[in-house]
Design a binder for this molecule. Structure first.
Ligand code: NAD
Ligand code: WQD
Length: 337
């Protein structure tokens, strides 16, 4: 039996594949390479000494997915494939709805056709919108303030309806907080195309000299130092959350939303100062006005993951930033180098 990993050559997918290979899982990756490279496959082999089956396929293409399910004995799917840039989703919303929503529906149709009804889905803390007060828990109302967030919320709602319609489905909707860090080998990590939108890749590229300075979006929030607070989680802890979710899928009835975060908040300036200490590099920054759509503080109540999945994040901020820095300094041009 195999696991199908959509988006498995991406940032979170590749780290999850490494953890699954350690458990001798048979893995098929389906990815259209729109935001990743096949170099990742060599790096995964170097880390684990194991290979995966890679199929270049788009989740919007029913026939390609159908062929994968025809030709393989797939028992469950981890669905990472998707577009993820909030700002870009405001510019090209139709691409986001097509890729993330229509693509997911296509995948679920093919799964249903082949009677594969075990799924782990990459959702996001973005579904908590802007009106809930942290710590955020799964019982809170959901909403979205940009097209990217809408796509995650829509797919979650589709999955709730699907599970209601057919009790054979077991679905874990993992709501990630802010994934950062990299594998401690320094061989895989995050390398966004163009100028990064997220804080950690931006800071890392300033430290390595690719970008001149960081813009800190606002220092007048009601937080420890006025800058935004987020729940940063090491990507390997997040990967291990997927392993646990897969192992517990049989105990999950219907569609279960699960926060994957540490439960701790860290400010932008705490990130900058820790990065500076660990890398020994200067991180010049200027304070600029708040970014539209940002809120002051976001962190998880991770008790559902602790209890239901028997999962807890174990890597602290020092480890997250040490691993980010190792990856960035060894691979200043990402997988191109
Ligand atoms: P990523 O861009 O590194 O990985 C996504 C992968 O999906 C890429 O390899 C890309 O080539 C592939 N892909 C995109 N569209 C596809 C399609 N139509 N068909 C096949 N493959 C396709 O992103 P990531 O950070 O690893 O994120 C993985 C998932 O987690 C995404 O669904 C994202 O929305 C979600 N998520 C990410 C974060 C984050 O901050 N990184 C936070 C919450 C949720
Ligand atoms: C973190 C903090 C910024 C960049 C986003 C998505 C969310 C999820 C994770 C996918 C905030 C500040 C940032 C910069 C800054 N992704 N910042 N200067 O906005 O919490 O979450 O990624 O699901 O949906 O919205 O993450 O890394 O962009 O920002 O000051 O150049 O860093 O204001 O306080 P965010 P982020």
């Amino acid at each position: 039996m195999s696991l199908l990993i959509t988006g498995g050559t991406g940032y979170i997918g590749s780290h999850t594949v490494v953890e699954l290979l350690k458990l001798d899982q048979d893995i098929i990756i389906a990815d259209n390479l729109s935001n990743s490279s096949t170099v990742v496959l060599d790096r995964i082999k170097e880390i684990t000494d194991k290979s995966v089956t890679f199929i270049k396929a788009d989740i919007c293409d029913f026939a390609s997915l159908d062929a994968i399910f025809e030709q393989n004995d797939i028992e469950a799917v981890i669905h990472f494939a998707g577009l993820k840039a909030v700002g870009e989703s405001n510019q090209i919303p139709l691409n986001y709805y097509q890729n993330n929503v229509a693509g997911s529906v296509t995948l679920f149709q093919v799964m249903a056709k082949h009677n594969v009804k075990k799924l782990v889905f990459s959702s996001s803390a973005t579904v908590y919108g802007e009106n809930n007060v942290s710590p955020l828990d799964e019982s809170m109302p959901t909403s979205a303030i940009n097209p990217y967030g809408q796509t995650k919320l829509m797919v979650e709602n589709i999955l709730f309806d699907l599970a209601k319609s057919d009790s054979e489905w077991s679905i874990a909707c993992l709501r990630y907080f802010n994934p950062i860090g990299a594998h401690d080998s320094g061989l895989i990590g995050e390398h966004p195309n163009g100028i990064p939108n997220n804080l950690l890749p931006y800071v890392a590229q300033v430290a390595v000299g690719r970008l001149a300075q960081l813009q800190v979006f606002g220092d007048d929030y009601d937080t420890v130092d006025g800058t935004g607070v987020r729940d940063y989680i090491h990507v390997v802890d997040l990967a291990l959350g997927h392993v646990k979710a897969l192992q517990k899928l049989d105990d999950i009835e219907g569609c279960q939303p699960i926060n994957i975060g540490t439960g701790n908040g860290t400010s932008v300036l705490e990130i900058v100062n820790t990065f500076k200490d660990i890398s020994g590099k200067d991180i010049p920054y200027t304070i600029v006005p708040r970014r539209a759509g940002d809120i002051a503080t976001v962190y998880a109540d991770a008790s559902v993951a602790n209890n239901l999945l028997d999962w807890k994040a174990t890597r602290d901020l020092t480890e997250m930033i040490t691993d980010t820095w190792r990856w960035q300094s060894k691979n200043p041009n990402g997988f191109e180098s």
